[in-house]
Design a protein around this ligand. Structure first.
Ligand code: ACO
Length: 309
C-alpha cells in the first residue's frame, strides 16, 4: 500500500507522510493471511537457516498484539502447524518490543539451562487493528513477520545482554479500548474506532526517543561496552524522525543506524527481526561486530539487546 493509495482513503499526502514519518509504502497481508500464517513462514525460513531440526526446538515465543485468536496463542498455532514435539509455546504482549522481549526471555531460559533452543518470532497483522478512517494512525502501520533460532553459544558470539523496562502509567497513549474483558464487544457495539489502535502520537514520540536511548545505554553497560564499540544499531522502525533523534541522543552517525521504514512502515513486533534480516542480507553484519537492537511500544514497554555477530 503506497502513500498514493492512502491519499485516496484519507485526507493526507505523500509529502506529509514522507516528511513526518519517512514511510513511502507498507505491506498489507491478504484477507486470508493471518499473523500466524506469516509467523509460520518466518519460522520455517529461520529454522532452515539455523540447520536445526523441529525436534531440537524446545521453546517457542511469539511477540504479537495481533494474534489469530485471543485463545490459543499464536505460538501454539505455529507449534501445531509446523510440528515441534518437544517445545512449550507461548505469546508475549509487548507491542513493538515483542521480539526483543522474546529474545530476553529465551536468553534467560537458555542461560539457566531450563531450555536448550528457542524459536523467537515477531509477527503482526497490524492492518487488522488499524482504523483506515484515522489519518493519524493508518499511514503508519504495515504487516510482517520475522524469526530467529536462539541456542547456547560456546565462542562468545551471540546475545551478550538484554534489557527490558515498562511503565504502565502511559498505557492509554497507545491502546485499543474495546474488545477485552473490561469492555467486551456487545450486540450494539458502534464500531466507532475504539476497537482499533488509538495513539497520542506526539506524546509517544518524545518518550520513545528518551526510553530507547536509556535502554541502549543500559544494555551496553551490562555488556561492558560503550557506544563506540557498536558497529550497527538496528532500531524499531516507527518513524524516521524518532530514529534520527535517537541517533543524535546516542551521538552515533546515521551511517551506523539501520533503517528500512520507507518500505514497510511500522510493523510492531516484526520490525526488528525484519530490519536485522535485511541488514544481514545486505552484507552489513560482519563476524565480531557488536549489534544493538532496540524497540519501544504500547504498554508502554521498551528494551534493547546487544549481540556479537
Ligand atoms: N496526513 C496529513 N496530516 C496529518 C496526518 C496525515 N496522515 N496525520 C496527522 N496529521 C495532522 C494532524 O491532524 C495535525 O493537524 P492539526 O495541527 O491541524 O491538528 C498535524 O498533522 C500535526 O500532527 P502531530 O500529531 O503534531 O504530528 P507529528 O509531527 O507528531 O507526527 C506522528 C505524527 C507521525 C504520528 C508522530 O507523532 C509519531 O510518529 N509518533 C510516534 C508513533 C510511534 O512511534 N508509535 C509507537 C509504536 S506503535 C505500536 O506500539 C503498535
Amino acid at each position: 500500500m503506497t502513500n498514493a493509495d492512502l491519499e485516496k482513503i484519507v485526507d493526507t499526502s505523500d509529502e506529509w507522510i514522507v516528511t513526518r514519518t519517512g514511510i513511502r509504502q507498507r505491506r498489507i497481508a491478504q484477507d486470508d493471511m493471518s499473523s500466524a500464517d506469516m509467523a509460520v513462514e518466518a519460522a520455517r525460513r529461520a529454522l532452515e537457516m539455523s540447520g536445526r531440526t523441529h525436534e531440537e526446538i524446545d521453546l517457542i515465543i511469539t511477540g504479537t498484539v495481533t494474534p489469530d485468536y485471543r485463545l490459543p496463542s499464536n505460538a501454539c498455532i505455529v507449534q501445531e502447524r509446523m510440528g515441534f514435539p518437544n517445545a512449550v509455546a507461548f505469546d508475549v504482549v509487548a507491542a513493538c518490543a515483542g521480539f526483543i522481549n522474546g529474545l530476553s526471555i529465551a536468553q534467560s531460559y537458555i542461560a539457566s539451562g531450563v531450555h536448550k533452543r528457542a524459536l523467537v518470532i515477531g509477527t503482526e497483522k497490524l492492518s487488522s487493528i488499524t482504523n483506515y478512517e484515522d489519518r493519524n494512525t493508518c499511514v503508519l502501520f504495515g504487516d510482517a513477520a520475522g524469526a530467529a533460532v536462539i541456542e547456547p553459544s560456546e565462542n562468545g558470539h551471540g546475545l551478550l545482554s538484554t534489557y527490558m523496562k515498562s511503565d504502565g502509567s502511559m498505557r492509554d497513549w497507545l491502546w485499543m479500548p474495546t474488545g477485552g474483558s473490561r469492555t467486551p464487544y456487545s450486540a450494539d457495539f458502534a464500531f466507532d474506532g475504539t476497537d482499533k489502535i488509538q495513539m497520542a502520537g506526539s506524546d509517544v514520540f518524545k518518550v520513545a526517543v528518551k526510553k530507547m536511548a536509556d535502554a541502549v545505554q543500559n544494555v551496553l553497560r551490562d555488556a561492558g561496552l560503550t557506544v563506540d564499540d557498536v558497529s550497527l544499531v538496528v532500531p524499531h522502525q516507527a518513524n524516521i524522525r524518532i530514529i534520527e533523534a535517537l541517533a543524535k541522543r546516542l551521538r552515533v552517525g546515521m551511517d551506523k543506524v539501520y533503517q528500512n521504514i520507507e518500505k514497510y512502515g511500522n510493523t510492531s513486533a516484526a520490525s526488528v527481526p525484519l530490519a536485522l534480516d535485511e541488514a544481514n542480507r545486505e552484507g552489513l553484519l560482519k563476524p565480531g561486530d557488536n549489534i544493538v537492537l532496540v524497540a519501544f511500544g504500547g504498554g508502554l514497554i521498551w528494551g534493547a539487546a546487544v549481540l556479537k555477530w
